[in-house]
Design a protein around this ligand. Structure first.
Ligand code: A2P
Length: 281
């Protein structure tokens, strides 16, 4: 079972990364160090998480070579527009102090303080994308992509962009399987990344997940992560606890049967634990 996927520009991405939303200060520093010691080589952050300085520090303290790491960050909805996005990524690079980004994403299809249906959202997304294309050309980002984009947002972007997005990072777990969005992304050669693959922890007590976990002598988290990996997506579980960080990467030594996969897919209820981007023009 491959540990990496290939993006549409041939850059390779580890299929499992550490999520860091709501991890800050000393907690996130320790989490990144434990993750790197446990074999993680992929860290996912965002300007809005306010933890890039600590993550950069932990990465440098770890002694792991920069070239063997995959670091993602995201331009926040407060920083959309051509000039703002360029400045945003400049600040991200300064805070991380790790030379370059492996992947830079537009965090959210809408811009802060705009109404969902405002035409301006579309315009700002296009301008933000132009900034990411420039940063890609300047080799400040090895790959560029988006997050929380629906099929409609992707269609708009694909019709105007010069460089195609490599990735769409969305909330995904068995209660929100994202089947049609994933089909669309596969057709367009866009890799899907799953954030909150444990449903922000809510799926860890689901009886169906627990039953499969007990039968397979694995933990509920491992079942959920393995389900994501077998759908060909990148999974980004968040934890700040050492044992859980280790547990979450121990998912390459077993596989779920077609029947178990189908049972988990049957839990789909189109339920977002995080914000839904539906309705943003
Ligand atoms: P903590 O950071 O205290 O470990 P998601 O990645 O779906 O957003 O889920 C993150 C939530 O799940 C966090 O509250 C995290 O808490 C918790 N969590 C992460 N990994 C595990 C695990 N292996 N077992 C139990 N809870 C976990």
């Amino acid at each position: 079972f491959a540990t990496h996927l290939s993006l549409n520009n041939a850059v390779t991405i580890p299929r499992l990364g550490l999520g860091t939303h709501r991890s800050t200060g000393e907690d996130v520093k320790a989490a990144v160090l434990w993750a790197l010691q446990s074999g993680y080589r992929h860290i996912d952050t965002a300007s809005i998480y306010k933890n890039e300085t600590e993550i950069g520090q932990a990465v440098r303290d770890s002694g792991v070579a920069r070239e063997s790491l995959f670091i993602t960050s995201k331009v926040s909805p407060y920083e959309q527009g051509f000039e703002c996005a360029l400045a945003s990524v400049g600040n991200i690079l300064q805070r991380l102090d790790c030379g370059y980004l492996d992947l830079c994403l537009i965090h959210w299809p809408g811009a802060a303080k705009l109404k969902l249906q405002s035409e301006k959202n579309r315009e700002l997304r296009q301008e933000t994308w132009r900034a990411l294309e420039k940063l890609y050309d300047e080799r400040k980002c090895r790959a560029i992509g988006v997050s929380n984009f629906t099929v409609q947002h992707l269609e708009g972007l694909l019709s105007t962009c010069a460089i195609k997005p490599a990735v769409n990072q969305v909330e995904m777990h068995p209660y929100l399987t994202q089947a049609s969005l994933r089909d669309f992304c596969t057709q367009k050669d866009i890799v899907v990344e799953a954030y909150s693959p444990l449903g922000v922890g809510n799926l860890l007590t689901d009886p169906v997940v627990c039953e499969i976990a007990a039968r397979r002598q694995r933990t509920p988290a491992q079942i959920l992560l393995r389900w994501g990996l077998q759908q060909n997506v990148v999974v980004l579980p968040k934890s700040v606890k050492k044992e859980r960080i280790k547990e979450n990467i121990d998912v390459f030594g077993f596989s779920l049967s077609d029947e178990e996969m189908a049972t988990l897919n049957g839990l789909d209820r189109n339920h977002h634990f995080c914000w839904s981007p539906d309705g943003i023009l």
